[in-house]
Design a protein around this ligand. Structure first.
Ligand SMILES: Nc1ncnc2c1ncn2[C@@H]1O[C@H](COP(=O)(O)OP(=O)(O)OP(=O)(O)O)[C@@H](O)[C@H]1O
Length: 699
């Protein structure tokens, strides 16, 4: 019996503890506890009290009351209490699980309600979620979505309506719908396809570039005719040329001529395909790619998109190939259904006018290149630079510095000195910067004189150029303002030395001259090559050396036909500017001349430059970049150029007349022609006549 009472007491304590954890009102629990702790209380009373607090059926209650024997009553009560404790334990577990979740939601709900009440009190009543949805719906309706997009929008809107505004998914869908609503699905500007107006615009903005302008006008005229027939599908133009020749600004002029919006997308260093095509919506913070972002910014679907530096786009990075994305964008057949990863619905890009710019074509993948029509913009001659500086750069800088054209004039001689002595570039960007420096120096001078004269002036009308201010910048002022000349004439300053020949180079940033130096030393007939040379240029050097060795007797370098000119010597060929990588076959004939010059100890004048590919049979093959090379050589002071006969047409068609006048061009079809022109018929170097080319010159 005693055991039963102890069990009853311990069960009743456990029951009260469970009730406490269920957070019943404290006063009741304390009373209950006190009652149970009372030592005088008889077990029958404990049973009665506890039975009245637990859940039990009527029959169970009656059975307890019927049990007159205390032992039987306690046994029945312990049984019911144990069941109740089980129930309580399970409900506590559920309670604990639910409480965490519920509390957060309840708190949020409670805070939101409070916030709404505060706002209402302050008279800042929210438009509410319903209003927000209505706004989105309106925006989507106004955007005039294509049917396919409308379907996607409706689907998302339906999902949104079922969601809690506080959930993260809600804001993702909301953002997506915002994007759909903001894009110019059917908004476009009215094109002005007036060829005469476009011609005027291009001529006003850019000096020279006749061929380029003509091609652009052709393009615009064709677009006009196509538009009249309702079919606008033009080629994608790609302006190729060295930096600072006006590619970007030409793009801007085209947009102005057509009266379209202009947007520049800089592609330099884009390694990730998703920068072009966007991220899928499953990523946190996902956004559309640059094309779609540009369209949103322009707010119309027919802007001019300038894809700047398309040759600098990275291919095959870790995250896809961005150039592959352009295969779709730049294909007029495909770009009407361009699908951005974020939007996941097609956007019609066929009305966008894409213009790409590039410095060189080497790094553009062939399929991409195939989709574009190339327009090359070569570098400028000094005469062209002078005209650009006078008509465009100087007025622009004067305006930018808050002066008027009457406040500053630069003499043509001074401008020429700036171009020749302070810049060495194919474009005009550095020239513009130097002109900017001149204008700034004058602006300071003007401001000082102006302050003095306005302080002393009695009336408010100060003359345009106050007394004491000299608006003209002469040749002697240039050095005072810009400091010592940075560049001297490379070739004229160089004395002719045996084994050194002037070559001509062309790379992505324009043309230039380069020297080929060879020297010999005691050795066993080895050839050493230095100067960051690529595989092709190294092979050219080997071809040149093999040919010179094989023809040593004919040229007059050895005394008998079987003698090896390099029997006991090694040859080292170097091309200075060692840090600049060089490649290509066009230095072939210059290498032959350098070797012949060294072995024969005869010089080639440093003002004679040459370019041309050379074959083992002694033929001279045509090369590219003639205009740039000739203009750069002219800039460097070259006066005679030897080049392949098959490049003659390029000189006639591309090289400006004033440059042609200054330079003597010699065209060669075999290496003997080259040697004759380079060594100017000097007796020690034997060269056969054209008629007998390839026949032993000693005969
Ligand atoms: N023929 C020209 N007539 C007038 N201004 C010119 C001409 N060529 C270039 N400019 C001016 O030179 C500056 C540089 O041109 P721009 O930025 O268009 O060069 P870019 O060819 O795009 O160079 P990059 O390849 O580095 O982007 C601009 O201010 C432009 O107006």
């Amino acid at each position: 019996m005693q055991d039963l009472i102890v069990t009853l007491r311990s069960i009743s304590r456990e029951f009260v503890a469970l009730l406490q954890s269920l957070k019943l009102p404290t006063p009741i629990l304390t009373q209950l506890q006190k009652f149970l702790d009372n030592v005088n209380i008889v077990p029958g009373q404990v049973v009665d009290l506890l039975m009245s607090t637990i859940e039990s059926t009527m029959e169970e209650k009656i059975a307890i009351l019927n049990a007159v024997d205390l032992k039987e009553r306690i046994t029945k009560a312990v049984e019911l209490m144990t069941r109740q404790i089980h129930v309580l334990k399970i409900s506590q577990k559920v309670h604990d699980n639910v409480e965490g979740k519920l509390n957060k939601k309840q708190r949020e709900f409670y805070l939101r309600e409070q916030l709404a009440a505060i706002k209402e009190e302050l008279g800042e009543k929210d438009s509410g979620d319903d209003d927000e949805l209505a706004i989105i719906e309106n925006r989507l309706a106004e955007a005039n979505l294509p049917p396919e997009v409308q379907k996607a929008a409706d689907r998302e809107l339906k999902k949104l309506k079922k969601m809690q505004p506080a959930s993260s998914e809600y804001s993702v869908i909301r953002n997506y719908l915002d994007w759909l609503g903001d894009l110019p699905w059917s908004k476009s500007t009215e094109d002005i396809l007036d060829v005469e107006r476009a011609r005027k615009q291009l001529n006003d903005d850019h000096y020279g570039l006749e061929k380029v302008k003509r091609r652009i006008l052709e393009y615009l005229a064709v677009s006009k005719l196509q538009q009249m027939k309702g079919d606008v599908r033009g080629p994608i133009l790609c302006l190729v040329g060295p930096p600072g020749v006006g590619k970007t600004s030409l793009g801007r002029s085209i947009a102005a001529a057509l009266d379209r919006k202009f947007h520049r997308i800089s592609l330099g260093g884009v390694w990730d395909e998703s920068e072009i095509r966007g991220h899928r919506r499953t990523y946190v913070g996902a956004l559309p790619g640059r094309i779609i972002q540009g369209l949103k910014k322009c707010e119309v679907n027919n802007p001019v998109f300038l894809l700047d530096e398309i040759d600098k786009i990275g291919s095959r990075g870790h995250h896809g190939d961005p150039s592959a994305a352009f295969l779709e964008v730049l294909d007029p057949e495909q770009n009407s259904t361009f699908t951005d990863h974020y939007l996941n619905v097609p956007f019609d890009l066929s009305k966008v006018l894409f213009i790409a710019t590039a410095n060189s074509l080497d790094t553009i993948p062939a399929p991409l290149l195939d989709r574009m029509e190339l327009i090359t913009i070569p570098g400028y001659t000094y005469a062209e630079k002078l005209a650009i500086a006078t008509n465009h750069l100087l007025p622009k800088q004067v305006r930018l510095h808050g002066l008027t054209e009457a406040n500053i004039q630069i003499t043509p001689e001074a401008l020429l000195k700036v171009a020749t002595g302070y810049t060495r570039e194919s474009g005009v960007r550095q020239l513009e910067r130097e002109i900017g420096s001149l204008v700034r120096a004058k602006a300071v001078e003007y401001a000082e004189v102006y302050e003095k004269s306005s302080a002393s002036a009695t009336s408010s009308d100060i003359p345009e150029n106050p007394s004491g201010y000299q608006p003209l910048i002469g040749i002697q002022d240039v050095e005072v303002i810009l400091g010592q000349e940075k560049y001297i004439n490379e070739v004229t300053a160089r004395a002719a030395v045996p084994g050194v020949v002037t070559g001509m180079a062309y790379n992505g940033v324009g043309g230039g001259i380069l020297f080929i130096e060879v020297t010999q030393m005691p050795g066993k007939g080895n050839l050493q090559l230095t100067g960051s040379l690529g595989d092709v240029i190294k092979e050219s050097a080997q071809i040149a050396l093999s040919w010179v060795k094989s023809q040593g007797y004919k040229i007059g370098l050895t005394t008998s036909p079987g003698q090896n000119v390099m029997e006991k010597t090694d040859v080292h060929l170097h091309m200075p500017s060692g840090a600049t990588p060089k490649d290509g076959p066009s230095a072939g004939i210059a290498m032959v001349c350098a070797l012949v010059s060294m072995f024969s100890n005869q010089t080639v004048p440093s003002t004679t430059a040459m370019t041309g590919e050379f074959t083992l049979r002694g033929l001279v093959m045509p090369v590219g970049g003639i205009k740039e090379k000739v203009i750069a050589a002219h800039r460097a002071g070259v006066r005679k150029i030897i080049m392949p006969l098959r490049n003659q047409k390029d000189v006639v068609s591309d090289v400006p007349a004033n440059v042609r006048e200054d330079i003597e061009f010699c065209y060669a079809s075999t290496i003997w022609d080259v040697l004759r022109e380079a060594f100017e018929g000097r007796a020690t170097v034997h060269t056969p006549t054209v008629a007998s080319a390839g026949i032993d010159s000693r005969l």
